[in-house]
Design a protein around this ligand. Structure first.
Ligand SMILES: NC(=O)c1ccc[n+]([C@@H]2O[C@H](COP(=O)([O-])OP(=O)(O)OC[C@H]3O[C@@H](n4cnc5c(N)ncnc54)[C@H](O)[C@@H]3O)[C@@H](O)[C@H]2O)c1
Length: 299
């Protein structure tokens, strides 16, 4: 029998601060497959996430198939916009949500991982984070700084992560990023340079798969997921309409669950996918394959 077996593996899922998004669902699926899981959490959400965990508010979502609760090995503070503390602007360094959490840059993350787990502490890294401060603005109205902020956090951070964390990976390690159809097709409302960031992310997955594959023997893939009403997606403003539109028009009409993305992620991060790298896998009930709405009322 073929099973997804991640026993003995350590996964870092970057971009988890509640139980509503894809990062949490992927963390849970990796744990169901036997992996130890740590998460990277954005400092502005770090305290609230720890409070939700400590108060048992996430217990129902943390329940695994065997009845145990999903436990995180470590909850690392991470602001993926920064490589080193020298780059962090003073107003962020002194911000009350940042000043007491230690080094939250990618360099700090790499150091903490090695302190906690030795020279090669990682087998799997999931990049499940994005931020576009002007996401509600059409691209045409997006400022230069808003566009660059979206691309910095949502795409360049993968390049920086692969560069810093590949050397920390045990042989056969792999990376997974999360993209969205807006990187390939026009999705009105997904603005602020976020469509550009997703297009860059998908291209970078291919190029990094080649470069880091040859240099570090790691795999790098991407899931292009269908819309989900996560906390981040709620900032878009039209996420409920996007979810409903996909349900009405995708080849598979039932609503996409975060767990389905989690399962696909566990497969891609497992030895069963050892021949797959540099790929964008759509987990969207087939919506990307449609060229025309099937709901006649939309014509
Ligand atoms: N929800 C959707 O409809 C959808 C569809 C396709 C792809 N995705 C992608 O899935 C990934 C996860 O998003 P989600 O929708 O599940 O929402 P989410 O809110 O669960 O995850 C986004 C996370 O990014 C974190 N983050 C923001 N800025 C950060 C920074 N500078 N450094 C570190 N972390 C930061 C947030 O705190 C949050 O935890 C993103 O890449 C997103 O673009 C989402």
């Amino acid at each position: 029998m073929l099973t997804i077996d991640l026993k003995g593996k350590h996964a870092l899922v970057a971009g988890v601060a509640d139980d509503k998004g894809y990062g949490f669902a992927i963390a849970k699926a990796l744990a169901e497959a036997g992996a130890r899981v740590s998460v990277g959490t954005w400092p502005p959400t770090w305290n609230i996430f720890k409070m939700l965990l400590n108060r048992g508010k996430l217990d129902a979502s943390r329940r695994l198939a065997d009845g145990e609760l999903l436990e995180f090995d470590h909850i690392y503070p991470l602001d993926a916009a920064f490589d080193t503390m020298a780059e962090v602007p003073e107003e962020i360094k002194t911000n009350k949500r940042y000043k007491d959490v230690g080094d939250y840059t990618l360099e700090g993350l790499a150091k903490r991982l090695q302190k906690d787990g030795g020279d090669t502490p990682l087998d799997i890294v999931v990049h499940s984070l994005a931020n576009g401060p002007e996401v509600q603005k059409p691209l045409l109205e997006t400022s230069r700084s808003g566009y660059l902020a979206a691309v910095n956090v949502s795409a360049y951070s993968l390049v920086a992560m692969v560069r810093r964390l590949s050397p920390l990976m045990a042989p056969g390690g792999n990376f997974l990023a999360l993209s969205y159809l807006a990187g390939q097709r026009v999705i009105p409302g997904y603005g602020g340079g976020m469509s550009s960031a997703k297009a860059a992310l998908e291209s970078d997955v291919r190029v990094l798969a080649h470069e880091a594959g040859r240099r570090h023997q790691v795999r790098i893939n991407c899931i292009s997921a269908g819309p989900l009403a996560s906390r981040a997606a709620s900032a878009i403003g039209s996420i409920d309409r996007m979810v409903a539109y996909v349900s009405r028009n995708a080849p598979l009409g039932d609503a996409l669950s975060a767990a389905e993305v989690g399962q696909a992620a566990a497969f891609l991060c497992s030895p069963l996918a050892s021949g797959i790298t540099g790929t964008v896998v759509y987990v969207d009930k087939g919506f990307h394959a449609m060229g025309m709405p099937r709901d006649q009322s939309l014509l």
